[in-house]
Design a binder for this molecule. Structure first.
Ligand code: COA
Length: 380
């Protein structure tokens, strides 16, 4: 027994840093290079589309043009939210709730409208993956429309997921540059190896639970401020700081108080997050076009301060905050948008886990007391 416990203690690494939990052919991080199925994120951001990226993640290869066309058609055909489901969404509290809490419940509820929700065959799971990815954007947009008392719109069949999301959210045809930027942001957030939410998706899948349960776990995990919730906190911080002159003092005080600055640091990237570099350029350009360059300049200044004071570099959440702000997206929707994109990666992980499954069942190193004897309440 003592021997066994010592072995467990030796194996513990708080936060599982450096632990390899599974094999995956979906995405890989080597130093500052992130690849999806062998393609660098820079290559995909410059040339691909979110739909093509999702196909890549699920099939581990790029589609031929006829396959891509069919995939896009299938996705958009799956965007429609059933009337009864919309009634269910309208019945959920939408005022004074965080959209990620609403999304967790809304998404979990979606399973009740899918007669195949518990069918884990490959064919049914692939069908569900298309349906889920098609509906994620419309569900998040429906939240915004419901809470602001606006009618819920339907996707246009000849448009992309990025175009349709901005349209469903704002009710007007989006600027083509905004669509391009948003599509790129969706690509950049699509997958990220065995991050916290992908791991929770895989753990839930590994019990042979259904794909809706797996993604509900993912949404709940992404919500946390140490994971997907950071982008929203970054924008709130910038608004609180207000101007360039106040950046240094603000950051200094926060660091002195041992607070974490959201959007900085990473468990894996120690030499910089390649997604942040791409988003930085997008943030600068969007800010200029919008006539509000200050959000980018403040961010770049904070980036320098963090490097010099803490040696920490920005992660994906830092510059995506100002990108979304300049796209006029409500701040509390930044993390739900992350979920819209990351659903493609979660689905890929769930499908991969089903295809080569063994239940995740680690051990814990017990550190509490032993050999106690129960006493009646009056004797304690
Ligand atoms: N601001 C200030 N200090 C930070 C920091 C940040 N954003 N991120 C890490 N640090 C410091 C920690 O305080 C710690 O310092 P210490 O050794 O003096 O205690 C050290 O760097 C290591 O950080 P730690 O939290 O142990 O790293 P981790 O690998 O467990 O966590 C993150 C990684 C991403 C969760 C962490 O960097 C963080 O909380 N960042 C802010 C939230 C965020 O942006 N999340 C999005 C991730 S994509």
């Amino acid at each position: 027994m003592a021997q066994e416990m010592r072995e467990f203690s030796d194996a513990i690494d708080k936060g599982l840093e450096g632990v390899v939990a599974c094999s995956t052919a979906i995405s890989s991080i080597v130093d500052v290079t992130l690849t999806y199925c062998g393609y660098t994120i820079e290559d995909l951001a410059a040339h691909s589309s979110f739909e093509e990226t999702a196909f890549l993640l699920w099939n581990k290869r790029l589609p031929k043009s006829s396959e891509l066309k069919k995939f896009q058609e299938n996705l958009v055909a799956n965007t429609k939210l059933e009337k009864d489901y919309l009634e269910f969404l309208r019945g959920l509290p939408a005022k004074n709730v965080h959209p990620m809490e609403w999304l967790r419940t809304a998404f979990s509820g979606l399973a009740l409208w899918d007669k195949d929700s518990g069918n884990n065959s490959l064919e049914a799971s692939q069908k569900k993956a298309l349906s889920i990815l098609g509906k994620m954007g419309p569900i998040v947009a429906a939240f915004e429309r419901i809470r602001t008392g606006k009618n819920i719109l339907e996707s246009k069949s000849d448009k992309s997921i990025a175009w349709n999301f901005l349209y469903l959210l704002n009710g007007k045809e989006p600027d083509p540059y905004h669509v391009k930027v948003f599509d790129t942001a969706l690509i950049l957030h699509a997958d990220h190896e065995i991050n916290c939410s992908a791991f929770s998706v895989r753990v839930t899948t590994s019990s042979l639970s259904d794909i809706y349960s797996a993604l509900t776990s993912g949404i709940g995990t992404l919500k946390g401020p140490l994971h997907g919730g950071a982008n929203e906190q970054v924008m709130k911080m910038l608004l609180r700081i207000g101007n360039m002159a106040r950046c240094e003092k603000f950051i200094e005080e926060a660091l002195n108080n041992k607070e974490k600055i959201m959007g900085f640091g990473h468990r894996v990237y120690k030499n910089g997050d390649p997604r942040a570099k791409i988003l930085r350029g997008m943030s600068e350009e969007l800010g200029k076009r919008r006539g509000e360059p200050q959000w980018y300049t403040m961010s770049a200044h904070i980036d320098n301060i963090m490097q010099s004071k803490k040696g920490l570099l920005p992660n994906v959440d830092f510059y995506s905050a100002t990108v979304y702000y300049c796209l006029d997206i409500p701040i509390d929707l930044y993390t739900p948008i992350f979920a819209v994109s990351r659903a493609s990666g979660w689905l890929a992980h769930s499908l991969e886990q089903y295809s080569n499954n063994r239940i995740y069942r680690p051990r814990g190193s017990y550190v509490g007391p032993r050999d106690l004897t129960w006493l009646a309440p009056a004797q304690r």
